[in-house]
Design a protein around this ligand. Sequence first.
Ligand code: ADP
Ligand code: MG
Length: 306
Amino acid sequence: MPAISFQSVCKTYQTPNGPFHALDHVSLDIAQGEFFGLLGPNGAGKTTLISILAGLTRATSGRVLVQGSDVQIDYAAARRKLGIVPQELVFDPFFNVREALRFQSGYFGVQHNDDWIDELLDSLGLADKAGANMRQLSGGMKRRVLVAQALVHKPPIIVLDEPTAGVDVELRQTLWHFIARLNKEGHTVLLTTHYLEEAEALCGRIAMLKSGRVVALDATSELLKAASGNVLVFKTDSVLPPALAAQARVTGRVVQMVAHDTQEIEQHLAALRQAGVEAQDVEIRRADLEDVFLGVMAAATGGRGA
Ligand SMILES: Nc1ncnc2c1ncn2[C@@H]1O[C@H](COP(=O)(O)OP(=O)(O)O)[C@@H](O)[C@H]1O
Ligand SMILES: [Mg+2]
């Protein structure tokens, strides 16, 4: 039985401009024990999918099963198996950290949970903040509390929606160390992130979402095979001629051009020289998951009739 089964999930929002298809027949199964990544640009539908999984939003059609329990028909059973770290920082300003965790334990009917709460506080670097009021915590500290809150009832499935967006390096490391340990101990992890190097390092399998549709779904190692080439990277103050710009990814002064072999690298360099583009800090790096992601996004036709 899969840990999570999304079965042809559709979500249509009614908007002043007419119906908006946020999710378009999303189907995927996540096996027990997987570390699964859900990637996609802003607005792809990741948070909507997780809200449906969490029972916070209703799917327009299709269904979602959590270890066999339907999130709509059998909400309590499904919810108890999930630990969800939401994208938005939501918290009760009147609680201190320990109170917030005790309250959450109570919500799941878990009593005498202080040993586990202490372990969570320790593992997430929150031990000295147990008595601090939620209001006084920095954004990064609040994020840690949200992770602890999601885990108070030791859920078999952990869902993290962009847990490291705007978070410092130290928290990222603490968090990934802890989540990786839980995954080794058998917990299933579903992660959405903008940081593709995180997904590449952590996730065994990845789905890419574009405009509400799954446009890639494979083992991370398989997806990376599509990135077998190299990337020519340089900086320039010149404007690239259109023929070159069409093949390049430009971020400010930084230009990246995919090259499958040395011959292609030489061709790129020759074309740049011919166009009078002055390239500085030239580097050649191996293609990575971000290159695969951008390739998939450029090639895929998303949903929403686009
Ligand atoms: N309540 C809502 N009403 C209308 N549109 C919404 C609502 N919630 C989300 N959307 C739209 O659905 C799309 C998917 O949003 P979201 O699931 O938050 O994407 P992601 O998490 O991948 O960035 C976006 O275009 C967003 O504007
Ligand atoms: Mg989101």
